[in-house]
Design a protein around this ligand. Structure first.
Ligand SMILES: NC(=O)c1ccc[n+]([C@@H]2O[C@H](COP(=O)([O-])OP(=O)(O)OC[C@H]3O[C@@H](n4cnc5c(N)ncnc54)[C@H](O)[C@@H]3O)[C@@H](O)[C@H]2O)c1
Length: 439
């Protein structure tokens, strides 16, 4: 396809309906694989969401989505036909990461509001352009970092923001699973089963020989399409930390790691430590141990917030506060205390500074979809709009750049450039394959 042919197919129409509180939002779903199917389900939970278009490269995924839809949606392989449809108010994009920016910006230009999966983008440059496109076309946006719409996590955020854990100096996060020895395996090189599908799947990414591991679901293990577990899972944790502690962009980042044990054809590390420094005295870490499965902390949690008065451990549908005991500074307290130790301390007249607490709840996608539908109607800002998604995503991408350049990098959030390493700035974007371009 020439650039001109491609451009002529991209939509330029910009029209929108004004929706009232009782109206249905007519949704187009682009990318209906693993996550796209879950997102579709989340929207179907709400009676005021109507599936009017479905798009994927695979007929089996389209069959399933069609079966689930109420009515007969437009069914297409080319996402631009969804953007051209006057029967679509908003789109949900759940394609691999390397497609998010182009689809998001074209959707904004076509006058659609956009729910886009995390990570927002593959590069920092793309993320900023997405923020600008949403503002330019006055679009409502929601990034699929769904924890932002969870009530029980909001309670944890409120506790932290009210100083309930004292001064937090460290937040840590973990992605731990032992994938040794074979991981995703070594899919044999072979011609693509369908050349046109492979071409559409690659989109702006470099043309490389087909390998089945590069495509459905497993694309996460390859840098042309993803930032690996750091941007896949790490973006949820980075966002939670930024939300709870009211932080914007980090001021410095460093990372170490590599593919050291797992014997498959992945590109991303199986072992990784990333550290970020934020203004105000705060360090955040992401530990990816994919060649060993021992818990990262005693609570076996995904995240921990370490404050002067206590620690909050967060795992899935549960969070727990473990207090620090009062220290007389003569004999430093070595560990957070459990309930027995707390009782013993109370008997001896020394009290913990805060109450222990366990809170259970859910962090499902339905609430995040609900928030998006409400905002499409009210034009209010979503819980995780494109700017929040950009700040969280780009912080994780910076970690990958530190790893690739084996550096300690200082970041200027205003210019979105590194100030101490010119070579690292070369990694803030990549050259799209012709004819793909970002509006
Ligand atoms: N929020 C979450 O918790 C969460 C969970 C899982 C995945 N995700 C995100 O969702 C996205 C998709 O991941 P996945 O696991 O569903 O991958 P997947 O490979 O299962 O699904 C991606 C789908 O996109 C389709 N696709 C690819 N290129 C396309 C194109 N040009 N036009 C139309 N369709 C195209 C593919 O056919 C495929 O069905 C990723 O960005 C991922 O990070 C988010």
């Amino acid at each position: 396809m020439t650039r001109r042919q491609f451009a002529s197919l991209t939509t330029a129409a910009s029209y929108n309906r004004i929706l009232g509180a009782n109206d249905r939002v007519r949704m187009g779903f682009i990318g209906l694989g693993n996550r796209g199917d879950q997102v579709h389900d989340a929207f179907l939970e709400h009676g005021d969401s109507q599936t009017t278009a479905i798009c994927d490269l695979r007929e089996d995924y389209l069959d399933l989505a069609q079966k689930k839809s109420r009515g007969t949606p437009l069914r297409v392989i080319d996402y631009r036909r969804v953007l051209d449809s006057r029967d679509v108010d908003a789109v949900a994009i759940a394609t691999p990461d390397h497609w998010h920016a182009i689809m998001f910006n074209e959707a904004c230009k076509a006058g659609k509001d956009v729910y886009v999966e995390k990570p927002l983008s593959l590069t920092v440059f793309e993320g900023r352009r997405m923020v600008e496109a949403a503002a330019r076309h006055k679009r409502v946006s929601q990034v699929g970092i769904h924890r932002r719409s969870s009530k029980f996590l909001k309670e944890a955020v409120d506790l932290i923001q009210s100083g309930g854990l004292g001064k937090i100096t460290v937040a840590r996060s973990y992605h731990i699973v032992n994938e040794w020895p074979n991981g995703i395996g070594r899919a044999a090189g072979a011609p693509p089963p369908n050349e046109q599908e492979w071409e559409r799947w690659l989109g702006p990414a470099p043309k490389v020989p087909y390998n089945a591991n590069r495509t459905y679901y497993n694309f996460r293990w390859f840098f042309h399409y993803s930032g690996g577990q750091l941007t896949n899972m790490g973006v949820h944790y980075m966002d939670m930390m930024r939300w709870a502690l009211g932080k914007g962009a980090p001021r410095a980042v460093t990372a170490l790691g590599g593919k050291w044990a797992v014997e498959d054809n992945r590109e991303i590390p199986d072992t990784l430590e990333v550290l970020w420094e934020f203004d105000g005295g705060l360090m955040f870490s992401f530990s990816q141990y994919n060649a060993n499965s021992a818990p990262g902390n005693l609570q076996n949690s995904e995240m921990e917030f370490r404050g002067t008065k206590g620690t909050l451990y967060l795992h899935g549908n549960r969070w727990e506060v473990v207090p620090e005991p009062v220290s007389d500074h003569a004999r430093p307290v070595r560990t957070p205390i459990g309930r027995d130790e707390q009782r013993r301390l109370e008997r001896s007249g020394r009290k913990p500074l805060i109450e222990p607490r366990v809170v259970k709840g859910t962090a499902g996608t339905e609430a995040h979809a609900r928030n998006f539908l409400d905002c499409v109607k009210s034009r209010a800002k979503c819980n995780c709009d494109v700017l929040e998604g950009h700040l969280s995503t780009s912080a994780t991408i910076l970690g990958n750049i530190a790893l690739k350049t084996r550096s300690f990098l200082e970041w200027d959030a205003r210019t979105e450039k590194f100030t101490n390493n010119a070579a690292a700035n070369q990694h803030l974007h990549y050259k799209y394959r012709e004819p793909y371009r970002l509006d």
